[in-house]
Design a protein around this ligand. Sequence first.
Ligand SMILES: Nc1ncnc2c1ncn2[C@@H]1O[C@H](COP(=O)(O)OP(=O)(O)OP(=O)(O)O)[C@@H](O)[C@H]1O
Length: 322
Amino acid sequence: MNALEIDHLNKAYGSLRALTDLTFDVHAGEIFGFVGSNGAGKTTAMRIMLGVLAADSGQVRWKGSELDLEARRRVGYMPEERGLYPKMKVGEQLEFLAGLHGMSPTAAKGAVEHWTDRLGVGERRGDDVEKLSLGNQQRVQLAAALVHDPDVLVLDEPFSGLDPVAVDVMSGVLRERAQAGVPVIFSSHQLELVERLCDRVGIVRAGRMEALGSIDELRATDHPTWLLDVDAAPDAVMASLATLPGLTTTPVTEHPGQLHVVATTRDAEAPRAILRAALELGAVREFSPVRPSLADLFRGVVSAGEDPAVDPSASDAKEGAR
Ligand SMILES: Nc1ncnc2c1ncn2[C@@H]1O[C@H](COP(=O)(O)OP(=O)(O)OP(=O)(O)O)[C@@H](O)[C@H]1O
């Protein structure tokens, strides 16, 4: 099987369970988005995939065989902590790293020229890494992950801190690598980007894989939601809908007067019942299904595990502070 398989990984740091039975695979040629709140376990899982951290149990396989040291040389990895030597020249450093992956000096030089040009840092090959802006250092870091033409790409937050042009360049490179048959997995908190770029997504919460699939597959398992705008007092609409079974209604913060109606059970009759109840109160200005974004789906998955006693805005504040 041409896939990177992550099979029942468990990992604890002392008494903290960082991963619990984490299982998923990334197929050859697909871009997989690995998302989750801060501390959900993404970096831990990616470090285990690379072999820089040992799992307590579970396996990582590539093409059906456990990833051994030799196979790991064929993986391109972009670590979250970034790992470039600040006082070494960009070109020399990349050639050195390519050599560690077994490339000849001539092949390494050609590959370094190719990738630095492709990633827009060709002009900086003769500069020390520390003289580059953080975004350009990140482009060099991606070049380091790509320079040995890896069979698998594992990238920890490759898009954080990049300007929109660099995001486009990086997205183009990942698409191109996937089209060449490479499984690409990357973590990110930029959910719009993940939604745009990825074939499949995995949402982790507290070390467990809580949702897995294409965005459309995740939408299909989500609770159907409608936007409702009635010419009547919102409180009266909410009170009326509260009498119907299996529905929860919340005001849309950005648009006073509009409501989101969520069906907590799947009932084909629900839209008709909502519309009937609304029409009894006033003219219906809008009634339409809401297509949840990945950010909406993510919030649903994360809030499903929240302790109701905990103020949910606290975790938003943490996300926003990143
Ligand atoms: N070396 C370590 N020692 C102890 N605990 C650790 C260590 N590394 C990570 N952890 C803990 O393990 C959990 C998972 O951390 P991890 O860095 O894998 O999460 P993450 O999903 O990558 O988070 P972020 O999005 O913030 O980068 C967190 O609770 C973290 O505090």
